[in-house]
Write a protein that binds this ligand. Structure first.
Ligand SMILES: NC(=O)c1ccc[n+]([C@@H]2O[C@H](COP(=O)([O-])OP(=O)(O)OC[C@H]3O[C@@H](n4cnc5c(N)ncnc54)[C@H](OP(=O)(O)O)[C@@H]3O)[C@@H](O)[C@H]2O)c1
Length: 369
């Protein structure tokens, strides 16, 4: 074979072997590790952890070291937590691409489960002035499926309004901040805009309908028939039952589409998006093992330069100022938490199993016994 053919063949060969090796490495699940020994003289607490990737049966309710506050930190006794799809994605380490993005190759980098919490400040570290023991608070921090959670006082924790229950507050952080940022920041929704929310009856969608209304939009919610009354009760002006109607075949043109499920081709969405309209991917039903929803994100990024409308995705970021906005909206009654089911803390695997079905109606909350 001529030398000028050999070099490209070698490069292709190395790439193919590299991709096969990478696929093997990122899809490999290491066996579950034993819990580390606890110091006999230190206080303990109960909490849910995952020491390997797997289904709800792989998570364990263990004795863990009770956190103590360092300088600038707050320890919160958790009264309620809520479950998000991200919890089961981290539990399974799927799609596998997330293992390369920090969740851990082979086994989880962070064994703690749960993010959203509401509870009572138990102790504060040096230099903390914003909170004191006894304050009722809520926010987001890894490890909320535990008796206590440790949070930086300057980060994602705010005082809970007294007229909002622990359950309602715990339901909100991840889902409501995602809805807020998708509509206000990525969608740039303004009063009078026609907004469509696909997947309107889940966690993000139920807050999304209410936040879009609060921004002054005319809201169309897409959900299955059993959830039509729910989204109407939250303020949706129009409802499309996706089991009967195809949202891409209507005559209305939307200024913004926020999509939690991506159930149609991008070209079809374009037909019901106004000139200059914005399509914002929040999540997707794509369950491909390696890329999952990331495949839709790549497709949107590739499609966007060729059309006059904007096709993109958003990744929410918990920010103290947005938590404060939510706190005010909850306190004023501008938004409420639509709670589907409540589980006891000892039932976290069942709660994860239910959210993983993708059929939750609003939020699933876990309460401390
Ligand atoms: N980008 C980010 O930063 C970010 C942040 C949070 C969440 N997410 C993602 O966003 C997505 C939604 O999150 P979530 O918390 O709202 O999830 P969820 O609570 O599990 O929402 C499930 C909802 O999806 C609806 N659904 C299922 N199939 C549908 C279809 N074919 N058409 C329309 N709706 C359908 C279900 O309604 P029916 O039972 O009526 O079908 C259910 O109410 C998830 O994929 C999540 O991972 C992304």
């Amino acid at each position: 074979m001529k030398k000028r053919y050999k070099i490209p063949l070698w490069i292709v060969g190395v790439l193919v072997v590299g991709v096969i090796a990478l696929r093997f490495v990122i899809s490999h699940d290491s066996p579950c590790e034993a819990a580390p020994a606890l110091a006999a003289d230190k206080p303990t607490m109960k909490g849910w952890v995952h020491r390997c990737y797997g289904g709800p049966e792989s998570v364990t309710y263990e004795d863990l070291e009770k956190p103590v506050p360092a300088d600038g930190e707050v320890i919160v006794k958790v009264r309620a937590a809520s479950v998000n799809p991200l919890d089961w994605h981290y539990m399974r380490g799927k799609p596998y691409v997330m293992r390369l993005m920090g969740s851990g190759v082979g086994k989880p980098t962070d064994p703690f489960l749960g993010v959203d919490f509401a509870g009572v400040v138990e102790s504060v570290g040096k230099s903390v002035t914003r909170f004191k023991p006894g304050d009722e608070v809520f926010g987001g921090r890894s490890g909320s499926f535990s008796e206590y959670v440790r949070v930086k006082a300057s980060r994602n924790i705010v005082v809970k309004p007294l007229n909002v229950s622990f359950e309602e507050a715990a339901a909100a952080p991840v889902a409501a901040i995602t809805a807020l940022q998708a509509l206000r920041d990525s969608g740039r929704v303004k009063a009078g805009d026609k907004v469509l929310i696909n997947g309107a009856s889940g966690g993000v969608g139920t807050y999304g309908v209410q936040i879009a209304k609060a921004l002054g939009a005319e809201v169309t919610a897409v959900c299955s028939g059993r959830n039509v009354d729910l989204v109407k009760s939250l303020g949706a002006d129009h409802v499309i039952d996706y089991t009967k109607e195809n949202l891409t075949q209507g005559s209305t043109r939307y200024d913004v589409i926020v999509d939690n499920v991506v159930t149609h081709d991008l070209g079809d969405y374009g037909k019901v998006l106004s000139e200059g309209g914005r399509f914002v991917i929040v999540g997707s039903l794509n369950d491909g093992a390696y890329l999952g929803p990331v495949a839709d994100v790549i497709e949107a990024a590739a499609y966007d330069p060729f059309v006059s409308q904007s096709f993109g995705f958003m990744t929410s970021e918990m920010k103290p100022e947005d938590l404060a906005t939510l706190r005010d909206m909850l306190a004023e009654g501008t938004i409420e938490s639509a709670i589907d089911r409540t589980y006891k803390m000892s039932e976290v695997p069942e709660a994860l199993r239910y959210v993983e079905t993708g059929r939750a109606r609003g939020k699933v909350v876990v309460v401390m016994e």
